[in-house]
Design a protein around this ligand. Structure first.
Ligand code: ADP
Length: 233
């Protein structure tokens, strides 16, 4: 069974007197333990789709189901619990708190979650053992993104949503971050969704959803994902 199903999801925003249709009836499934890549040019609806998956926004019509439960009908209280317990979020610019250490930043992500990893465990799982006491300013961009990933996965979320996670990184560092996200999908129960405009990244995913003008232009399952070393960046 799919972990997540979007069915005919429409999202319209009021922009002054006009209405903008950010999502125009999208449907696709996301499997547990899969790496799903959402591709598309700027303005195609990627961030809006990610916000629907993460319970940060609700559809104008259509349904978002997670393990059979209809997130799109959750009350505010249920949405808060869903975001807190089941969703990890990784941003392009890391969004770490500059005056907190790596361990403290990671601790924030899991402070209300049951059965969370300790900050040290989470940092170890992203290859940053021993950096608990480092401040963001003492870390490279790739290391900061690893701290942000540790913060997102410490609560062992069902769903890890990543919005352009390599957008601010050079190609070598970006590759190693994508490799880490691939290994999270392979070795944990978490479904990983990566939004990007870099089509090369799609080759290492288990599935690619391509959006265009708020619609699903293509949805391709990839039986033989490539390794990160095999792709051009
Ligand atoms: P992408 O992430 O692919 O760049 P978005 O999901 O951010 O695309 O945006 C899709 C469309 O919806 C764009 O035309 C954008 O301007 C519009 N949009 C997104 N969020 C809002 C909002 N809060 N209010 C009005 N329009 C919005």
């Amino acid at each position: 069974m799919a972990l997540i199903s979007l069915t005919d999801v429409v999202k319209k925003y009021a922009a002054g007197k006009q209405e903008v249709t950010a999502l125009d009836g999208i449907s696709f499934d996301i499997g547990a333990r899969k790496l799903t890549i959402v591709l598309g040019p700027s303005g195609s609806g990627k961030s809006t789709a990610l916000n629907m998956l993460g319970g940060m926004d609700t559809p104008t019509s259509g349904t978002v189901r997670v393990t059979g439960k209809e997130v799109s009908r959750f009350s505010d209280k249920e949405l808060t619990a869903y975001r807190r317990d089941q969703v990890g979020f990784v941003f392009q610019h890391y969004n770490l708190i500059p005056n907190l250490t790596a361990a403290e930043n990671v601790g924030i992500g899991a402070q209300y979650a049951k059965d969370a990893m300790t900050p040290s465990q989470a940092l170890e799982s992203v290859g940053l053992s021993g950096r608990e006491r480092s401040f963001p300013s003492e870390l490279s961009g790739g290391q900061m993104q690893r701290v942000a990933i540790a913060r997102a996965i410490a609560k062992r979320p069902q769903l890890l949503l990543c919005d352009e996670p390599t957008g601010a990184l050079d190609s070598g560092t970006g590759r190693s971050v994508i490799e880490l996200l691939r290994s999270i999908a392979d070795t944990t129960e978490t479904a990983v969704v990566v939004v990007t405009h870099n089509a090369s990244i799609a080759q290492i995913g288990d599935a690619t959803v391509t959006l265009h003008d708020g619609q699903v232009q293509a949805h391709v399952e990839n039986q033989t994902p490539k390794s990160v070393e095999e792709i051009d960046w």
